[in-house]
Design a protein around this ligand. Structure first.
Ligand code: CA
Length: 221
């Protein structure tokens, strides 16, 4: 289950709906838009990668990519292009794009390319849920001006919950996400981590909290 957040920018409504539905079935969270301006607006929310049609009604997809880079948005871009000229490919890459796919394409190919891009980008992006921000480099959790330090394990537990806000994660999935493979983690150990994370979230003055679903696991919401 990937949980990565994608923006699909495609002006052809049928293709947009098809791609969106397929990617959602693959476990991605998808924001679908039909023009460049909407794509740039959408990209100011957390995004892990973008699928950008080169031929958009209001802009060239490569200009959209350049605008994103200029605004400090570094998420990888997969271009969809009807053209296959070498010059077009080069222009795409120099605009900060990371890969391209020529239409018509096989959906499986799109998914494979996206997963490869996400892997290369480091599948550990900054995670945000509402005002909560989790920094994978510093392991800090912050909201506005408030910040708390998390241990690496606390960070991984919270990041796993934050990757799927509102969804109950099973205890064993949290353990798998946060501890090394094969580690023996008792139920009360996970409970202690969750208790500490609850205190830290309260210190950030968030309404967001970790709730318990008895016999199942935990959810952030
Ligand atoms: Ca188009």
């Amino acid at each position: 289950m990937s949980g990565h957040r994608l923006i699909v920018v495609e002006d052809d409504p049928e293709l947009r709906a098809l791609v969106t539905r397929g990617l959602e079935e693959e476990g991605f969270t998808v924001t679908a838009v039909g023009d460049g301006a909407s794509a740039i607006t959408a990209a100011h929310e957390a995004v892990d990668a973008l699928v950008v049609d080169v031929g958009l009604p209001d802009a060239d997809g490569r200009d959209v990519c350049q605008a994103l880079r200029a605004q400090g948005i570094g998420a990888p871009v997969l271009f969809l292009t009807a053209r296959d000229a070498v010059t077009d490919r080069l222009a795409g890459f120099s605009a900060g794009g990371d890969d391209y796919l020529t239409k018509p394409f096989h959906f499986d190919e799109l998914v494979a390319r996206l997963r490869a891009l996400l892997r290369r980008a480091g599948a550990d992006p900054v995670t945000t849920v509402g005002p909560l921000r989790l920094d994978p480099t510093t392991h800090a959790a912050s909201a506005g001006d408030l910040e708390v330090a998390l241990t690496p394990t606390e960070y991984r537990v919270l990041a796993a919950l934050a990757a799927r806000p509102g969804v109950v994660l099973r205890r064993r999935d949290l353990v798998r996400a946060a501890w090394p493979e094969g580690a023996i983690v008792h139920d009360n150990t996970l409970d202690q981590y969750v208790a500490r994370l609850r205190r830290k979230l309260r210190a950030l003055e968030l309404e967001l909290q970790i709730s318990t679903t008895h016999g199942v696991g935990y959810r952030l919401g």
